[in-house]
Design a protein around this ligand. Sequence first.
Ligand code: ADP
Ligand code: MG
Length: 321
Amino acid sequence: MNEFRLIEQIQRETRLASSAGLDSGVRLGIGDDAAVLELPTGHHLVAATDTLNAGIHFPADTSPFDIGYKCLAVNLSDLAAMGARPRWTLLSLSLPEASPEWVQSFTAGFQSLANLHDVSLVGGDTTSGPLSVSLTALGVIEPGKQLTRSGASPGDLLVVSGSIGGAARVLELLQTGKPAEEQHLLDRPQPRVELGQVLPGYASACIDISDGLLSDLGHVLRASSCGARLELGKLPQPGILDGLENELKWTYQLSGGDDYELLFTLPRSYEAMIASWRQQLGISLSIIGEMEAGEGIRCIGPEGSLYDPQNTGFEHFSQAT
Ligand code: ADP
Ligand code: MG
């Protein structure tokens, strides 16, 4: 099996399984020197890319299905955080050996998520080397509608989708050799693509939580020149954190990453939209605090006292990245 056979296999398996139909905008896909894509009239292109390296971003023995799913999920999450509609992807694969079985499982994982969002694979590059997967995702948006990190103002509500801290808990259990239920929290993050598309016009800023709430909220604060008040008692909690003492729970929720939920700020005048988005999209949305004048994050405990996240047991994360 050589490089060209592998490319043919990727082309065949992603095309056969693809649900992206004639309106996929692909005028020329895999097989020529470059792809030709038709943008919907009057739209702008939104581009994101992310690389996953074996041993750094995923354990070397991760199943190819999970790698295929996750490399797409993390990129769709970035497009969602911009408010874009995802359309196309380009895949750069570095493989230690040309294994058709590996590629088959990888494309199955990739396509299981691609189909949910009508995303097509339109090109890429295949090389031999240490296992590494680099994906570029392209999406479209109406001019000026993009959600940036820089638009938040004091008084805006701070809202997060889904629940947070679950992926970090699963990762730590696995890394300390303990069985983890709900491993899907780590392996199958659900990019909030539909949510991202209803937010433009309402949300003042948006980011996806990949590195942890404090870290990613910090990006919004710096870009928007604001501070924030975070109410720890309002952080949405996955079942896997039930029963843990607060300090440990908050460590996962504040500092753990990999949840790929959207964190956005919303002017108070749009507060009523939250309930209608919940209903329309069937997802959980929680108000977890408020933007403030000044700088930095003030964490408020359930009893109203100021809580210093430095006190959270960071040693719990000694093995996690
Ligand atoms: P070139 O040498 O002109 O770059 P390649 O042989 O690398 O061409 O690629 C041939 C075609 O296959 C191109 O259309 C390229 O986009 C596509 N391709 C290569 N590798 C991948 C991959 N891993 N996933 C999707 N498409 C790929
Ligand atoms: Mg090439």
